[in-house]
Design a protein around this ligand. Structure first.
Ligand code: Q0Z
Length: 277
């Protein structure tokens, strides 16, 4: 199959008119891929994404054709999807203040042109979820876009559809996850169009690689919160004196094992089913 795109932790192949999205066991921390894979991570993220696509099918249609009709060597960690005309916007919804949203709020009191009330701090829940789109930079960092800038890129009607679909996916996902002990601070979605103009949810959805997952029982406003999946390996990496630059240190087996179990745990919490390790 023809490799169309290779990301830090995933690959995209063409199979006739379809695409096959393949998730690897690679893990990145502070934007650096670790030399040590997390066995099962590609399967758990793929199965979680498929589960969410099923949960959200009544909110917005999606690009999934099949989670099983894929080459045997990628079984469990690949999705056959429809090839869409992708929209050049990262559609982010935020329900809590963290990361680049926090940085933007501290500088301007707003995120992507949406003003927020004064006095918010790191980790705070927002009065309501906000749509904070960014550019899709090929290299380097994504830049915030206002709604009007999104409208300039994709047209007003599609921009409005993107905003409402993004916020509805976030609301539904975050509400379900919160009931199961997982806070979703923010999430990044990608959308594309069918030839007839139908908006479709694409890529991966509500995985720990595309979202900030926090354990609800240890959430605290007013300071940094812990990443459900990567915190243990991040803490270990920093404890070695690593400077967050390439190359990252080789990770000990026990750190990989704890991290792998965090992914299985988040899958089980959200879906209610043990992950078939
Ligand atoms: C997704 C990406 C990945 C690297 C293109 N259904 C679709 N139709 C057309 N294009 C895409 C999709 Cl999902 C598409 N990406 C992101 C995925 C590896 C980059 F698996 N790029």
């Amino acid at each position: 199959m023809e490799l169309v795109h290779s990301g830090k932790v995933r690959e995209l192949y063409a199979d006739g008119v379809d695409l096959i999205m393949v998730a690897s066991d690679r893990i990145s921390v502070y934007d650096v891929v670790l030399p040590t894979p997390v066995p099962g991570k590609g399967r758990v993220l793929t199965q979680l994404s498929l589960w969410w696509f099923g949960q959200l099918g009544d909110v917005v249609p999606n690009h999934v054709i099949s989670g099983t009709d894929v080459p045997a060597k990628w079984a469990g960690r690949a999705i056959r999807c429809r090839r869409l005309q992708m929209l050049p916007v990262e559609c982010i919804a935020r329900g809590y203040l963290a990361g680049l949203g926090l940085a933007s709020y501290r500088e301007t009191g707003a995120i992507s042109g949406v003003p927020l009330p004064p006095g918010l701090g790191e980790g705070d829940r927002l009065p309501e979820p906000v749509f904070t789109p960014t550019t899709k930079a090929a290299a380097g960092h994504d830049e915030p876009l206002t709604f009007d800038e999104v409208a300039g890129l994709v047209g007003g009607p599609v921009a409005a559809e993107l905003r409402s679909a993004t916020l509805e996916v976030y609301r539904r996902g975050a509400s379900l996850a919160a009931d199961r002990g997982v806070l979703i601070a923010d999430t990044k979605l990608e959308f594309g169009l069918l030839a007839d103009g139908t908006l479709m949810l694409a890529d991966e959805v509500l995985t720990p690689d595309s979202s900030r997952f926090w354990p609800a029982d240890s959430w605290k406003p007013g300071g940094p919160n812990f990443s459900f999946d990567k915190q243990y390996v991040r803490n270990w990496a920093l404890s070695t004196g690593w400077d967050k630059k390439e190359p990252a240190p080789v990770v000990p087996d026990e750190v990989i094992e704890v991290t792998r179990n965090r992914y299985f745990d988040v899958y089980q919490r959200l879906t209610g089913t043990p992950f078939p390790a």
